[in-house]
Design a protein around this ligand. Sequence first.
Ligand code: KET
Length: 397
Amino acid sequence: MFKHVDYYAGDPILSLVETFKQDERPNKVNLGIGVYYTDEGKLPLLDCVKTVEDEIAAAHTPRAYLPMEGLAGYRKACQNLLFGENSEAVAAGRVATIQTLGGSGALKVGADFLRKYFPKAKVYVSDPTWGNHIGIFEGAGFEVCAYPYYSKNHGGVRFEKMTEFLKGLPEHDIVLLHPCCHNPTGVDLSPAQWDEVLDIIKNRKLIAFMDIAYQGLGDGLEQDAYAIRRAEEIGLSFFVSNSFSKNLSLYGERVGGLSAVCPDKEQAELVYGQLKFTVRRIYSSPPSHGGNVVDKVMNTPELYKQWTQEVESMRQRIALMRTQLVAVLNEKVPGRDFSYFTKQRGMFSFTGLNPEQVDRLRNEFAVYLVKSGRMCVAGLNSKNIDYIANAFAEVLR
Ligand code: KET
């Protein structure tokens, strides 16, 4: 019956987690998947989350279905975080937001919606991008192509090539953008560059799809939303997918959101209806536990404040690891410029290591990176940083 089924070789990021688990070497370090670990190398459960979960457990609430669109307080919280408390678009009812199954679920619902209403569009992702961007949009039936982004030569953005390319795209093609903490490179656009890119998107009538999975871990919660706020300000209609997996450390709860900024309230209502319909036809409604946790943390002033502090300390720890890594590498591998590690933002860094060097790190040192040379900086800590820098120095020699 199933002989014709294609073999699935596994996902390059997720498979690495499994291989890592089976590795018995005591000094092993997982710098593969985009997960934040504490300085003790542990996956944190945030204090604000603990407080809410204690309350939820004590209340022994029955588990009703959530509505297709998720919890109202949750959706409001997504809007506040992304567009700011004083957003004109939100106040005007022009933003349709739903709670989704993580950032991935948001991408999928958005992709299915766009495929239905813009069937002729092509999707453009940055070269390179998170692998599953391609998977999710191809899975929705789109042809996915790439726009120039990262330069291997200078480690920055090929900005002229990028803007030239975008200027050549036809109306209503879809451009996937990372508002902050670009995955996998860690190389972001500056605010001035965003202004230019968003103007092109507006003039060419392209559809921006902004995927923000690391808000708060780049330059701060507000700063990281620059591109989104600017897009609203210049009157774009666009999509935003967001994730609480990383900034609330709620990976397994599948907590994300999808927002569509529309030209007016009437269109937002139409889009909102179709987003709900899309959800109904895929998984019906989002999960309630994670939804309730996010809702309570975001809508209780003391907990919200505590959360912003907890995100800020994660952000600062990542930044500190970047500085320390550069300091150790400068000492161990003199004459090479490692400053790119501190220029990059967020959880990831493109190390510049080639696939053979990545293999050597794993085989000889039990240090796991994604084949592309992407490293999750949030896996570094004060105890393993010397070991890792040494291992890097060895394979770079
Ligand atoms: N967008 C981006 C840019 C992203 O890096 C991830 C996850 C997601 C969306 C998905 O978020 P979630 O809320 O978990 O559905 N990236 C990490 C994990 C993964 O590959 O699934 C990673 O790149 O390691």
